[in-house]
Design a protein around this ligand. Structure first.
Ligand code: MEV
Length: 440
């Protein structure tokens, strides 16, 4: 067993690699070689990546692909996606093409409100706290002037600060519930800086409020932090067409397909096991674009799943209906995204992804990302209710398996042809590969 290490972060990159390879891997030489294979030969670019996080030893690649032909509000987009799952980009492209011929996607930003809270404990008279809050509120804003100046010049800033009494939940628990407009920035640093200043001012001013008793003056700040639950930072995307135009496959009528799509959504709305997988498919599209554009996919994931459960039950994020012969399929999701600041301009590929998307505002990006989620769900559910997903999935996965088996280019070519005529499963691919290798 290795002993704990002190001062790991102070080691050079090579020393870190030596330590990890020598202590934790079966073949240290191979480990060192592989880790270094992924270093960028451009030392400046490598340095940039090294400095994104602490203790970087190499880069971790994900494929960066393009799903073309997305018509969104009459404008054509090619959507960059960073994702490892083999069928996602192909599925998005298929859905984009399908809806391109049927009027494309229509989207609308419903709101852009971001939220942050200062959580604190106050034991005392609620009316006195309310009076203190109203008195100190202008100072809360004034003390953040150096943080908010630039944002206000551009039309954003602090929207409101509210005092919320949560004492029925936890003894003494109150909040400053704050709302923000952060325009094209995701705004995490801006919001957190404001909240920490609110907390400081609030705590420091309390002892000067003469109505408070000594006990009441002692406001205990627990923390100030933004919330990734942003139900009012909301976007809607939809597609629609006459039912008879839903000719997705020769094996099912347009009417039967429309009905099955609605049944699939109904099932996700009553069965959480299905809803989670249904929404996971949506996140395949959403995360891939969020990641490609340098946004925080963990924040987006957390916020979206909370939204899916906002009425006390975890349900589908997409909806479908047939009305007057028109099939309508839509999504409503909270998306707090940025197109300036953070990684968006720092990571050369995120910057390029935003260029490919024609330099969107944060509102534009919300709409594009929602469309990617809707398209992905349409592709997944339409496969599920017709052929099943394995046929397409295994075709896409075929190359991964062949690479794992060490197939040559010639062998890959031949086996890809073979599996155009045969059903691909892991064992069928292994068998066919071995037969080919052994000249059977
Ligand atoms: C796989 O990554 C995603 C799906 O399971 C989504 C779904 O079931 O709707 C195909």
């Amino acid at each position: 067993m290795t002993t704990p290490i002190k001062g790991f972060s102070k080691l050079t990159k090579n020393e870190k690699i030596d330590w990890i390879a020598n202590n934790f891997t079966p073949d240290p030489k191979a480990t060192k070689r592989i880790l270094k294979t992924y270093w960028n030969t451009d030392s400046e670019l490598q340095k940039l990546h090294d400095e994104f996080i602490e203790n970087t030893i190499t880069n971790y690649y994900l494929p960066f692909g393009i799903a073309p032909n997305f018509l969104i509000n009459g404008r054509l987009y090619a959507i960059p996606m960073a994702i490892e799952e083999s069928s996602v980009v192909a599925a998005a492209s298929r859905a984009a093409k399908f809806w391109l011929d049927r009027g494309g996607f229509k989207t609308e930003v419903i709101g852009t409100e971001k939220i942050g809270q200062v959580h604190f404990i106050y034991h005392g008279d609620p009316q006195k706290l309310q009076k203190f809050f109203l008195q100190v509120k202008p100072k809360l804003r004034a003390d953040t002037a150096s943080i908010t100046g630039n944002m206000e010049k551009r039309g954003g800033g602090i929207v409101d600060i509210e005092l919320r009494d949560k004492t029925t939940l936890i003894d003494g628990y109150h909040q400053l519930h704050c709302t923000f407009e952060t325009l094209d920035a995701m705004g995490a640093n801006f919001i957190n800086s404001c909240l920490e200043q609110f907390a400081k001012t609030f705590k420091e001013e309390a002892p000067y409020f003469s109505d408070f008793t000594e006990r009441e003056k002692n406001i205990e700040i627990v923390m100030g932090i933004l919330s990734n639950y942003v139900p009012n930072c909301l976007v809607k995307a939809e597609v629609s067409c006459p039912v008879e135009e839903l000719n997705v496959s020769n094996s099912i009528s347009a009417e039967a397909f429309a009905t099955k799509m609605i049944q699939a959504i109904n099932i996700a709305n009553v069965e959480p096991h299905r809803a989670v997988t249904h929404n996971k498919g949506i996140m395949n599209g959403i995360d891939a674009v969020v990641l490609a554009t340098g946004n925080d996919f963990r924040a987006i994931e957390a916020g979206i799943h909370a939204y899916a459960a906002k009425d006390g039950r975890y349900i589908s994020l997409t909806h479908a209906e047939i009305k007057d012969g028109i099939f309508r399929f839509w999504i409503e999701v909270p998306l707090a995204l940025g197109t300036v600041g953070g990684l968006t301009s720092l990571h050369p590929l995120s910057k390029m992804a935003l260029e490919i998307l024609q330099k969107p505002s944060a509102k534009d990006l919300m709409q594009i990302v929602a469309v990617a989620g809707l398209a992905q769900n349409f592709a997944a559910v339409s496969s599920l209710v017709t052929t099943g997903i394995q046929e397409g999935h295994m075709k896409m996965h075929l190359l991964n398996i062949l690479n794992q088996l060490g197939a040559t280019q010639e062998e890959k070519k031949e086996l890809i042809q073979h599996f155009k005529r045969h059903t691909a499963s892991h064992s069928a691919v292994v068998d066919a590969f071995e037969a080919l290798r052994n000249g059977k």
